[in-house]
Design a protein around this ligand. Sequence first.
Ligand code: ZN
Length: 371
Amino acid sequence: MTMPLTVVSANGHTWRLTQRIGSGSEGVVYAVDHARPLVAKLVPAPPDPVAYRRRVERLVRQRREPRAVRLLSGGTARVAWPMVGVRAGGPGPDGVDGYLMADMRHAHRPLAHLLSPQARPVHLPRATWATALTAGLSLARLLADLHTEGYVVGDLKPDNLWVDAHGAVGIADVDSWQFEDGGEVFAGRMGSPGYTAPERIGAPAGTAPDRAGDEFVLAVLVHELLMCGLHPFAGHPAAGADYLSYDDNVLHGRCRLLDRTSVVLPRSAPLVDLLPRRLTALFRAAFGGVRPPASAWAEALAAESEPARLRTCRRNPLHVHTAERPWCPWCDLAEHGADGYLDPAPEPPAEGAAPYPKDVRNTKVRTVWQR
Ligand SMILES: [Zn+2]
C-alpha cells in the first residue's frame, strides 16, 4: 500500500499522516500530525471490509461504556483503544479503513526490548529482574481486567504489548480482540506461532479464541519476562527428534519445567532454580494442563515483587533475584558467558521515539535460545 496523505472520519474530520512507522500481518501504522501523540492503524485487506468497519464502530462506541471506562481507568496508556474510525483513499472500493489510537511509543517501549538481553541494556538500561516481575504483574492484572469485562485478546504476543521503564504494560491492536456487543459476538483473531495454546495449534481458521488460550500465552510471556526472553518450550528435543518450532515442542510437551530430560538447552540459558517456588508451581500448572487464571498470576507476582522477597547482588546492582536463592543466579549465568543483566552501556541511550515492535523483530528474542 502506498502511503496515504490523509485519513478522514465519518463526520468529515481530516488528519494528516506524517510517516509510516510499522506494519504487521493485517495492518499498517502511521504517525499522525496532531498536538497529542496519535497514530492511525489502517487495515488494507480485511477478509470482510463491511464487518471490519462495524467492528471498529462498535469499539469506538464502547469507549464510553462502563466496561471500557473501567479498563482505561486502570492507568495511563494501558490500552490503545480505538478513538475514531477513519478511512484513507476516499469512499470508493479502493478506500482503506482503520482507526486512530494513542501512540504507545510516547511513554512505552516495545515489550521485546525488555525480553531481549541484547536490546534491554540499550533501551531500558535500568531494568532489572524486579522490572520483569512488575511487567508480569502489570500484564496479568491487565489480562484479568480484560477477561472480567468480557474481552478475549486471542492474538496475545510481544508485538502487541508495550512496557515503560517502570514495568507498566500497555496493549494495542484492540481491533483483533473478541467481544460481544448488543448480543452479537465479534470473533477474535487466532494466536501467532509460539504464542498459541496447544489445543488451538492447527485448529481450523475461524476457530474462536477463548480465555483459556489467553491464560496459556500469559504464562509463556511471564516465563519469557523472568527468564531473559527464554521461551518455556525452547530447546532441542532430547529424544533425537529435529527441532521444528516452539509450537511443535508445545504439542509434544517438550518443556524443561515439566520434564528436565525432554529438551537440551545451552549452558548459557537461565537456570530453572532462579524462579521462586510459588511461580514454578504456577508454570507447571499452566503448561501441564491446569491453567491458573490471570488473577492467580497477579496475586503470586505481587507477592514475589515485595521488597522483602527480593535481594540485590553486591557485585552488580542490576542483579536482582528472589530471596529464596542464597546466591546470585545472574553471577552464575555470567560465569557461563551470558550475564542476563549487564551493567548499563556506558553511552546513554539515544533519545527519541522507539521503533514500532514489528521493526524490532531482528532482536533475536525468538531464536537466541532455541538450540
Ligand atoms: Zn550477581
